[in-house]
Design a protein around this ligand. Structure first.
Ligand code: FES
Length: 569
């Protein structure tokens, strides 16, 4: 027998002794021989006191274990890294690859026939999908689910679009210290992930779209009993995967059709730009390149259908009540490949066929009557972004989508922090704010600094949005006319490095262009002076990160973690 506890024996040069020793040690936990002879389902525990988005993980683990045992397999819980957005310095993105490596190696090193990966906060599901795509055993995912909305003076509050909205009002002097403190108490009113269509909700929904978790597991609220029942059912499916030697791996589920279905949903749901980076990284693990041209084409043909913040008005619990991902897929059925497989054995087309419309719901619109006539994300190129950039046009100001403005340049996140609120800053509402050296290498860790705050002197005048461009990312919960992920980044020799305050920048979202408006000879002359990349740190993970991280268009993964098949293409 080569499965269960007999898998992946520790190397002592004597296989019989390896198993004997393993069983001797594990019996210290009180397991019987019957239990130890069962197929094993590993369950990745990402609970952490530093991660409130995973606050329900202990309950989900218990329910998952119940489902595994009711189906006749043996659950084994093991810890992995857990990352919360607000508790990761310098950035959570800096640690995503570390979590992906650690999770992959723990799956590989320990004896399990299938694995349940429980994640939720922004970087955790992407890291876990990257890990599972690189490992050889079947995996099923269990998102932790979105938190409940809060309330303040008759308004609903949801992290974290409303965090930014209220902080902007506080900066502008519209609300005082007492009110911002009151809002701070109410923004995250329960455990669970941010309740708008931010990165966590986007990635959970895409996990469902791509067939890696159960139907409705992408959106069921963190604190409702449905989430716990989904955990039990996830355990049952995982046990069946563990017992089936022909069960599909994540690589078998994530076909090019499944990935394209994900791009369709991303455009229709108002998903986070961060998903583009994560999908690029996941593609790299599969030996594929993310098809940015197809993403952009879908953005022209698929309008925004989901009325959730930050592109719309509502929150994940309303999306779930309206039918969630299956209802969304039904609304874009004409673009979905229904033959795409799922980890639970049905096709995506069969899931769509089962959808019963929720009478009267207005959260998930139809293609004929969309929320906005444009898709969520546009892919830009131009002399400032030779390898591309993105804009979340659904959450941008329509009047700024075609714009020419004077550049106001910040050389780093620190420079921006020091100067943005100075009354001496020479800045006007129609300028273009430029932030550089905030990409994967430059920051490092590609922080969500692309949402440059409106300079305080302009905020006081009521300016709510400006064109902002950078090689950074932005939170999926943010709103604004913001160009992100410029590749290559300034610290890797990208042309963002040559922009000077006072230059003119031309944004043409309809034409999919972002350009520095100077003559070519001057452009070329300045590029000769660009110094590549900052000095590498001398040790540890920081050194590994700086030396091996890829650019945004390749998912900001490490080069050595991509599939070897990618090099062969
Ligand atoms: Fe965890 Fe938003 S901070 S999902």
């Amino acid at each position: 027998m080569s499965n269960g506890l007999r898998r992946k024996l520790t190397s002592y040069g004597d296989q019989g002794f390896s198993l004997f020793l393993r069983k001797a040690f594990i019996k210290a936990m009180g397991y019987s021989d019957d239990a130890l002879d069962r197929p094993i389902v590993g369950i990745a525990n990402t609970y952490s006191d530093f991660n409130p988005c995973h606050g329900n993980v202990p309950q989900l683990i218990e329910a998952t274990k119940r489902g595994v045992m009711l189906t006749g397999a043996m659950p084994m819980v093991f810890p992995t890294i857990s990352i919360h957005e607000s508790f990761a310095s310098p950035t959570s993105m800096y640690l995503r690859n570390l979590m992906a490596m650690e999770t992959e190696e723990m799956i590989r090193a320990q004896p399990m026939d299938a694995v349940v990966l429980i994640g939720g906060c922004d970087k955790t599901l992407p890291a876990q999908i990257m890990a599972a795509a690189s490992s050889e055993i079947p995996a099923i995912f269990l998102p932790t689910g979105p938190m409940a909305v809060g309330h303040h003076k008759g308004e609903r509050l949801g992290a974290c679009t409303d965090c930014r909205r209220f902080w902007g009002r506080f900066r502008a002097g519209e609300i005082d210290d007492a009110e911002i403190a009151e809002v701070n108490n109410k923004l995250a009113s329960s455990i669970g992930t941010c309740t708008v269509m931010g990165t966590a909700s986007t990635m959970a929904n895409l996990t469902e779209v791509m067939g890696l978790c159960l139907p409705r597991a992408g959106s069921a609220p963190a604190v409702e009993s449905e989430r716990v029942r989904l955990a039990e059912e996830t355990g049952r499916v995982a046990a069946r995967l563990a017992m089936d030697e022909a069960a599909p791996t994540v690589r078998a589920i994530l076909t090019p059709q499944a990935i394209r279905n994900g791009l369709v949903a991303l455009q229709a749901m108002g998903g986070s730009t961060n998903a583009v980076v994560h999908l690029a990284a996941i593609n790299g693990r599969l030996g594929l390149r993310l098809d940015m041209a197809e993403l952009d084409r879908l953005g022209r043909s698929i309008p925004l259908l989901v009325d959730l913040q930050p592109s719309g008005q509502h929150y994940m619990e309303q999306f779930h009540e309206a039918g969630g991902v299956p209802a969304l897929l039904k609304a874009v059925r004409h673009e979905i490949d229904g033959s795409a497989p799922t980890v639970y054995g049905r096709t995506i087309g069969e899931i769509i066929d089962d959808v019963v419309d929720e009478p009267g719901q207005t959260i998930i619109r139809t293609v004929e009557k969309p929320l906005k006539p444009i898709g969520t994300i546009a892919v830009l190129h131009g002399n400032l972004a030779p390898r591309g950039a993105v804009i979340k046009q659904s959450a941008a100001s329509k009047e700024l989508l075609q714009h020419i403005g004077r550049a106001v340049v910040f050389d780093s996140v620190e420079d921006m922090t020091l100067r943005i609120d100075s009354d001496d800053l020479d800045v006007h509402a129609d300028d273009v704010l430029v932030l550089r050296n905030a990409g994967p290498k430059g920051a490092p860790g590609m922080p969500e600094a692309g949402y440059l705050p409106i300079p305080r002197k302009l905020a006081r005048l009521g300016v709510k949005d400006m064109v902002r461009i950078s090689d950074a990312r932005m939170s999926g919960t943010a709103f604004g006319t913001i160009i992100l992920h410029i590749a290559p980044e300034a610290a890797d020799g990208g042309p963002l490095a040559i922009v000077r305050t006072g230059d003119r920048i031309r944004l043409d979202v309809e034409g999919r262009r972002i350009d520095l408006d100077i003559d070519q000879a001057e452009f070329d002359r300045r590029m000769l002076d660009v110094v590549n990349r900052p000095p590498a740190p001398s040790r540890g993970y920081a050194k590994l990160y700086q030396e091996r991280v890829l650019q945004a268009d390749e998912g900001a993964d490490f080069d050595f973690l991509q599939s070897e098949e990618l090099d062969a293409r």
